[in-house]
Design a protein around this ligand. Structure first.
Ligand SMILES: [Zn+2]
Length: 253
């Protein structure tokens, strides 16, 4: 893990540059956001936390995709929260989520996947640094970013990535409106000094602005039927190219 701000640690998996974020609280407790992604990653995370004398006191899943709702017994039995709309998806689409884990990161204790409690509150209930929730439906229903005003860290979930294009929730009624609303809410957070994307590199405030501008340009291109020169599509993974083509087809209708 890397300490990106006092008391805020980020681990980055070799799988899709997936980030896990730890916020140090009081008396050995910590807030654990999106622990991911392989069995070995979670074991390493649990080991590092133990070495630091930390144990998860509370956990948050930013959204109900398989790589953001993982857990291991070594992480303990802290309450694991997500936004209410995310918890509904984690329950109703559990089979698909478990399939995703088995295909891409096999070996997890399946009984621990997606066991989330709904939290409809402005902040995560715990005695550590204030952790504000910014909930929207861009990328996935009930997508909840976490902002830590004390350190200026915005844990953005699967938004604001330097390595992934905007990934729309194309089964929603208004994928574009939902995504733009999410971007607006994140852009409006005052005092962001660093952004932690669900996949990619930690960036500073200027980098957050650059990514949001890039995301807006990408959305403008796909919705107007124009080609995009988004750098994140250069030499990208096959799945991202496929997803981009799906976006283009979606807006051609
Ligand atoms: Zn996702």
């Amino acid at each position: 893990m890397t300490e990106i701000a006092p008391g805020v640690l980020v681990a980055t998996s070799s799988y899709a540059m997936t980030t896990s974020t730890v916020v140090v609280g009081s008396s050995g407790g910590c807030l654990l956001i999106d622990p991911a992604v392989t069995v070995a990653d979670l074991a390493a995370l649990a080991g590092e936390l133990a070495e630091l004398g930390l144990r998860p006191a509370v956990a948050w899943s930013t959204h109900p995709h398989w790589d953001h709702v993982l857990w291991s017994a070594e992480l303990g039995d802290a309450p694991r929260y997500a936004a209410p709309a995310a918890v509904i998806i984690a329950e109703t689409e559990r089979d698909g989520i478990v399939d995703g884990v088995e295909k891409s990161a096999p070996g997890h204790d399946l009984s621990l996947i997606g066991r989330l409690r709904p939290l409809d509150a402005p902040v995560i209930p715990w005695d550590g640094p204030t952790a504000q929730l910014i909930v929207h439906d861009g990328h996935a229903p009930g997508h909840g970013a976490v902002f830590l005003p004390d350190s200026g860290v915005l844990v953005a979930g699967d938004m604001c990535s330097d390595v992934e294009i905007p990934l729309l929730d194309t089964v929603a009624a208004d994928p574009l409106g939902d995504y733009r609303t999410g971007m607006e809410r994140l852009a409006a957070v005052p005092g962001v000094r660093q952004v932690v994307p669900g996949h990619g590199h930690v960036g500073d405030a200027g980098e957050l602005h650059r990514r949001l501008t890039l995301d807006a340009a990408y959305l403008d291109a796909i919705t107007s039927g124009k080609p995009t020169d988004d750098p994140r599509l250069e030499d990208c993974a096959e799945w991202m190219r496929v997803t981009h083509d799906e976006h283009v087809r979606y807006f051609e209708r």
